[in-house]
Design a protein around this ligand. Sequence first.
Ligand code: DX5
Ligand code: ZN
Length: 214
Amino acid sequence: MPKIAPSLLSADFMNLAEEITKVQIAGADILHLDVMDGHFVPNLTFGMPIVRQIKNISSLPLDVHLMVENPQNYLEELVKLKVEYVSVHQEAVVHLHRQIAIIKSGNLKAGVALNPATPVETLYPILPDLDFVLIMSVNPGFGGQQFLPLVYEKIKTLRKRAERVNPALEIEVDGGVNDENAPRLVSAGVDILVAGSYIFKSEDYSLQIKKLRK
Ligand code: DX5
Ligand code: ZN
């Protein structure tokens, strides 16, 4: 069964604490937090002060998706906060191996996120060191975009490779996830489904989460 990670990007920011409580009660497994800097992606969200406050009130594991140009600037703080998952973008980082080592030094789960046009093969040399890979199924920056089917092949290829070199690797998919594509994503090898608008733009969070799990 896949883990469901609601992305707060589509939540009501005027009532963030309430939204978090609602997805917790609705059965979410993980809370996905999109940190954007207006440089790596053409949008801005929130930074470490908000992540810290969310950490204080959330009982769910936090998954911090860093869509920023210099993710290394945030890693030390995230290690201190003891969030559960951290991903940096392959396209944003020169010294990927070093940054993964920093994340793992704090016993957090270390992941790399890949834009739709970045091949999974680019991660092969460090695949044994990773806890998870985040496959973007939209171009990062905004919620509510249309799912890109090109990810199915990427996920299958990655799962096959991981079976040999890192069987515990988790594969996460993010962008345009809904109850139509979820079953095929899971059979391709996905462990964690991120969903923003599918959950937060609905009336019944619990029903949406159940539909994704099926
Ligand atoms: C997009 C973010 C996603 C976003 C997904 O750049 O990384 O986490 O919130 O939103 P939906 O599920 O609406 O595509
Ligand atoms: Zn995300």
